[in-house]
Design a protein around this ligand. Structure first.
Ligand code: ATP
Length: 492
């Protein structure tokens, strides 16, 4: 990190970082944010729990990611006075296994770098043909994927380390073989991704060494993402920068794939490094956006107690919010349903294709207004199109028909007494049922097929005779129907 704090576009509040630049403001929520003043101890405190998981049998990966020159190597390696995560992790592992009497542990170490697309073993050197004092790591190891999905690097040196001192010596040797160059941004810029692997074999039966559990810790110092113009890189250094950028974008693809496949049992902790400088705000936003995507990969994160509490609190808040939203949704849905029901009823009454003969439901129901929410309009003949208005001829026919119906009605009225009489003779109860049931039943029939008890031209009573009305005489139909209504009301 540099000393450009005064003009920094970054502000930190708890675990939120806000980046303000060129009139825009972007906020990022992370699991933990370290200030420029945070010490190596502060950072390691957050890392410690995940090491315990590795001893318990989980595969673990700790990654340092970020723009070039922002302190990745400082965080992972540190220096003599301020050791970083790798030397502290080595020390902590040996400390923990010395305390654990429930099992016996064996640790081994490997180191490699990904340089310009090839893998180099950092523990095996050969002398440079150009300069006798320079050691060159072994190149081009290949990656093998075993049938159970685990990845192995063919031929990678794996040395057993029995104490902290031995482990530190091997680590120093690997660091020494790493590729670094001087750029405009960093005097000792890593030109590769450096990976330190610690393999832990745990035997639960300390006596006969059975029940072996093997887990791996990968400690990764990634090469810095760089704007090639800014670093002033040229020639080989430029190619190295390009290779680093390319492999970092491959890492982004891996993360994107992991977001859709969450069943991986490994634990990953990524430490993203950003610059507080104004000039770097664009790259800072890119790095933090990447961190947000990584964070979305819900891999059993091992958090400190403090982080766990904050997470639980946040989950409780979100659950409360979801509950409230669901209640509100239920309420709105009920209201909507009620409104829809009312509207449907109104639309049915207003818009259903009613024949000019259709009667109001209230009327059919014998006037039971409780069932209808609104008072229903009385039946009214729909306006007739002009071409359907009656001609002089048809008016004459109508009049004749009306006269003949008038005659029939008079005869019917004469017979009313005998009809009522016959019903009452059966039983009073039957008569009541008849009154209630029959008018709606007959009126529900197709208006063109009026079925009812009727009187024939000779005046004799005939039951359930069907009178067909011709469709070509709509006016007559109206007349017949009205006549029928009147007759039925006469009956009740
Ligand atoms: N927190 C810090 N405190 C003090 N010095 C730091 C801190 N972080 C980084 N530095 C110093 O800043 C310089 C650049 O850091 P470092 O080499 O770790 O960056 P980097 O991200 O690994 O860069 P690159 O990607 O180019 O390898 C180093 O001299 C390092 O000692």
């Amino acid at each position: 990190m540099d000393e450009r704090k005064a003009a920094s576009p970054i502000s930190i509040e708890a675990d939120n970082i806000t980046v303000r630049s060129a009139g825009t403001r972007k906020e990022f929520v992370l699991d933990r944010v370290f200030h420029p003043e945070s010490t190596q101890e502060d950072v390691f405190r957050e890392v410690k729990p995940i090491l315990r998981s590795a001893l318990d049998g989980h595969n673990v990966c700790i990654l340092a990611y970020g723009q070039t020159g922002t302190g990745k190597t400082h965080t992972m390696e540190g220096n003599n006075g301020r050791p970083g995560i790798v030397p502290r992790a080595i020390e902590e592992l040996f400390h923990q296994i010395s305390q654990d009497e429930s099992a016996s542990f064996t640790l081994s170490m490997s180191m490699l770098e990904v340089y310009m697309g090839s893998l180099r073993d950092l523990f095996v050197h050969r002398r440079s043909p150009a300069r006798i004092t320079q050691w060159i790591p072994t190149c081009n190891l290949s990656i093998l994927r075993s049938s159970d999905g685990t990845v192995e690097i063919e031929g990678l040196t794996d040395v057993q380390v029995t104490d902290v001192k031995q482990a530190r010596r091997w680590y120093a040797r690997g660091k020494h073989a790493r590729s670094t160059s001087c750029t405009n941004v960093n005097d000792a810029s890593s030109r590769s991704h450096c990976l330190t692997r610690i393999t832990i074999s745990r035997s639960n039966d300390a006596v006969d060494g059975t029940n072996n559990l093997v887990s791996k810790i990968w400690l990764v110092d990634l090469g810095g993402s760089e704007r090639l113009l800014k670093t002033g890189a040229a020639g080989q250094t430029l190619d190295e920068g390009r290779a680093i950028n390319l492999s970092l974008s491959a890492l982004a693809d891996v993360i994107a794939a992991l977001r859709t496949r969450r069943s991986d049992g490994s634990k990953v902790l990524m430490i993203v490094h950003v610059s507080p400088g104004e000039d770097d705000a664009g790259e800072t936003v890119c790095s933090l956006s990447f961190a947000t995507r990584v964070r979305a990969v819900e891999a059993n994160r091992e958090l400190s107690e403090d982080s766990k509490k904050r997470k639980q609190q946040r989950v409780a808040e979100l659950e409360q919010g979801v509950q409230e939203a669901e209640e509100e949704l239920r309420r709105v849905r009920d209201q909507l349903e009620r409104t829809e029901k009312t509207n449907t009823l109104r639309v049915d009454l207003r818009e259903s294709p009613r024949s000019p003969l259709t009667l109001d439901p209230v009327e059919l129901d014998g006037g039971d207004t409780k069932t209808a929410e609104k008072p229903v309009r009385r039946a009214r003949a729909a306006p007739v199109p002009r071409f359907m208005s009656s001609t002089a001829c048809s008016r004459r026919r109508q009049q004749q028909a009306a006269e003949s119906l008038g005659r029939a009605r008079r005869r019917s009225t004469d017979l009313r007494g005998s009809q009522s009489h016959s019903c009452y003779q059966t039983s009073k109860k039957t008569a009541m049922a008849y009154r209630r049931r029959d008018p709606p039943l007959s009126l529900q029939c197709n208006p063109l097929n009026v079925s009812h008890n009727s009187v024939d031209s000779r005046g004799s009573w005939s039951s359930s005779k069907t009178k067909k009305v011709s469709n070509s005489k709509p006016n007559l139909r109206v007349a017949l129907h009205q006549h029928h209504r009147r007759r039925m009301s006469d009956l009740i």
